[in-house]
Design a protein around this ligand. Structure first.
Ligand SMILES: Cc1cc2nc3c(=O)[nH]c(=O)nc-3n(C[C@H](O)[C@H](O)[C@H](O)COP(=O)(O)O)c2cc1C
Length: 203
């Protein structure tokens, strides 16, 4: 089949993109409002983008009404956040935090998610996340306007917390021990427990 994206509605384009661009890692992002209220939400338009300087990005799009999500509002007010990675054991809790809560209501409290203090930034981190990146805002790039338009958030990684239990014998993270989940289309997810390796031609 062929799909002409120039004639698709934004919602249809979104639907085809999220069912073809996969698996997608999930940034479980904690932020804080100007008056100190915590927020936690998942975003699968997410990637690391470079190491010089260490930078990642994720994308809270506008709502269907064209409003900014709480995560965007908070980062504009307090330019710091934590990107927590999501293990299989926290899949249900992560999904719960995608619920629409009134601005200022904490997903940590509402869904009983244990938090831990961060060192470089004010937002809390998810205590049981095997990896948590403390980030300061580099910049927000706006792509499009109105409903589903993107607020691309670039974050400078200041500090990573990596669970000792997720390290292999070589001292590096073991994908099976991390047991992270990735998003597929719709309500489907995948896990990092199945792997294969290929030698790179230039190594
Ligand atoms: C696995 C998963 C991935 C998601 N990825 C995105 C995403 O990349 N961008 C986005 O705007 N919303 C995404 N959502 C929806 C948001 O999590 C949801 O709109 C949430 O309520 C936003 O929270 P906030 O208003 O507290 O920022 C995703 C939801 C789930 C469950």
């Amino acid at each position: 089949m062929r799909l002409d994206f120039t004639s698709l509605s934004a919602r249809d384009a979104y639907s085809w993109m999220v069912s073809t661009i996969l698996p997608r890692p999930i940034a479980w992002v904690s932020t804080i409002s100007a008056d100190g209220k915590s927020n936690l939400a998942p975003f699968s338009f997410f990637q690391g983008i470079c190491a010089n300087p260490p930078t990642l990005m994720f994308v809270p799009v506008n709502t269907r009404d064209g409003a900014k999500k709480d995560t965007t509002r908070n980062i504009e007010a307090v330019p710091e956040f934590v990107v927590n990675l999501v293990p299989f054991a926290l899949a249900e809790k992560m999904n719960a935090t995608a619920a629409l809560l009134p601005y200022g209501e904490s997903e940590f409290e509402k869904f009983g998610i244990a938090s831990a203090a961060s060192e470089h930034v004010r937002p809390l981190r998810v205590a049981a996340a095997p990896v948590a990146f403390e980030c300061t805002l580099d910049r927000i790039v706006h792509v499009g306007e109105g409903p589903l338009a993107a607020n691309v958030v670039f974050g400078r990684i200041m500090l990573a917390h990596i669970a000792d239990a997720a390290l292999g014998a070589d001292g590096h993270p073991d994908p099976a021990k991390l047991d992270l989940i990735g998003r597929l289309g719709g309500e489907l997810y995948t896990r990092t427990t199945e792997r294969f390796s290929i030698k790179r031609p230039d190594r």
